[in-house]
Ligand binder design. Structure first.
Ligand SMILES: [Zn+2]
Length: 482
């Protein structure tokens, strides 16, 4: 195994990711709330998590990956009520849309994808434990709250001391204005009693009819599939507080063990320099961008190309840039195949990755991914190492090796599929540097009206097996097969 390091929100340092003692690396990522199509801000997070997963697997980690589906909350209930259909039918539609989008974006399927509604009994049992141990209390209307005062570490992950929580932030914790019977305004709901507007969306519990709070769903599903301590927990930075703080409080209060060794948060996505919001109409979905003829691969590229800890400003221009970057990479791949004289390259695996034998031009690109998931640096190195001047000097053996790593990183780890390139020989063939120089000298001679010199150069180039085709903007070179 080759180690991978990543900034840890919990320790605020770059930490080496270490599997549990049984060699398994356990990951839980908060999944989508399935009441509408996920927008590109959600997908930035899921895509970055997908690249991290591929980096870990290529580094030899045995990864167990769980990402949930939040199918019960205010929004899913409201949606089902508005359409007058059962909750399950409503959420299934959006789950299908989410899966289709993930497939188009080449986000790999988690090994387990639990739904909150399938784990209600576990959630009830966990809430009972919290009440028994004094961490939670039921109120008159049948709701249950977590008592933040009972957990002194509350707020450590997001660096918020619980006594510093402002009323405005406290409001975010539940969002319910009528929860006046809580002991403390900061306490958050573990169980919400049934309200008239919930319709038939309710479950029976020891506290009466109702439904679980969003936070308890994640804690319980994470521990159900991964055990009491996770190796890594991921999500967008907006989930750090209060969602992840609450997950820690609910879990650690009972287990007395660290809930997650590593917390991986990705920064916000901005659109045209502004925060995404419904009112600005900039919550793009994958379908909306596809309707404007942008390919899912260009969207994948644009959303992963920035560093995960920096907010990314998404624009339609960035999709055009991504489209040309993909074409450039496709052309490089084709050129490498021509020089290497083969397209048959064994896939890169942890066992045959170049740095295990000797340095390859892309060793540092691979290293950048393993050190704090530095995708922009990785891409920068790839473009430098495959520039036309770098390709011109390659021997077939070197090209073969470079192509092997190029495919491993670009296709395997970054998860991109490259467009078909024009197989025209003129585009695919590498022109030797010397021929290019002679042809440029000839063009200069022609422009200076030194026609004898220009003719001589043409002859010389021809004797070396190349043909010049003149056109108004300059010339192209073709291999002479006559
Ligand atoms: Zn969650």
């Amino acid at each position: 195994m080759t180690s991978v390091s990543l900034h840890n929100t919990s320790t605020k340092t770059k930490d080496t990711l270490t599997p549990s003692s049984d060699g398994i690396f356990r990951v839980y990522c908060c999944g989508p709330t399935v009441y509408a199509a996920a927008h590109i801000g959600n997908f930035r997070t899921f895509l970055l998590q997908d690249v991290l997963r591929r980096v870990l697997e290529m580094s030899g980690y045995h990864v167990r990956w769980v990402r949930n589906l939040t199918d019960i909350d205010d929004k899913t209930i409201r949606g089902a009520q508005q359409q007058q259909i059962p909750l399950k039918e409503f959420t299934q539609h959006w789950i299908d849309v989410f899966h289709e989008d993930c497939q188009k974006l080449q986000i790999r399927t988690p090994e387990v994808e639990p739904r909150a509604t399938e784990h209600i009994d576990d959630q009830i049992r966990w809430i009972e434990k919290l009440i028994r141990h004094g961490f939670a209390y039921a109120v008159a209307d049948g709701s249950v709250y977590y008592r933040i005062a009972s957990f002194p570490r509350y707020g450590q992950l997001s660096c918020l001391a619980s006594h510093n929580l402002l009323p405005a932030q406290a409001k975010n914790i539940t969002g319910d204005a009528d929860e006046y019977d809580r002991d403390n305004i900061h306490d958050f709901a573990l169980w919400k009693s049934r309200k008239a507007e919930d319709g038939e969306c309710y479950w029976n519990s020891p506290w009466g009819q109702g439904r679980p709070g969003w936070h308890i769903e994640c804690s319980v599903m994470a521990m159900r599939y991964l055990g009491e301590t996770l190796d890594l927990h991921g999500g967008g930075i907006d989930l750090c507080f209060p969602h992840h703080e609450n997950e820690i409080a609910q879990s650690e209060a009972i287990t007395q063990k660290c809930f997650s060794k590593h917390w991986f948060h990705s920064a916000h996505l901005m659109v045209d320099g502004q925060k995404m919001s419904k009112s600005l109409g900039n919550l793009y979905t994958l379908q909306e961008l596809q309707d404007q003829d942008y390919s899912p691969m260009a969207i994948r590229y644009a959303l992963i190309a920035g560093h995960y800890r920096q907010p990314l400003n998404f624009t339609l221009q960035s999709l055009s840039t991504a489209t040309s970057a993909l074409q450039k990479l496709a052309k490089v791949q084709k050129q490498l195949q021509v020089i290497a004289t083969t397209e048959a390259i064994p896939p890169m695996t942890h066992d045959n990755i170049s740095e295990k034998t000797s340095a390859s031009p892309l060793t540092n690109a691979w290293k950048a991914l393993r050190e704090d998931l530095n995708i922009p640096q990785c891409l920068g190195i790839i473009f430098t190492e495959t520039s036309p001047s770098a390709l011109r000097t390659l021997s077939p053996t070197e090209a073969y090796r470079l192509l092997h790593d190029f495919k491993g990183i670009v296709l395997g780890v970054l998860g991109l599929t490259l467009p078909e390139v024009d197989t025209d020989r003129r585009n695919a063939t590498i022109i030797p540097e010397q021929i290019q120089e002679l042809a440029e000298q000839r063009l200069t001679a022609k422009r200076q009206k030194l026609f004898d010199k220009a003719d001589q150069l043409r002859e010389q180039i021809h004797s070396m097996g190349w043909r010049i085709i003149d056109h108004p903007d300059g010339f192209t070179l073709e291999k002479d097969h006559s």
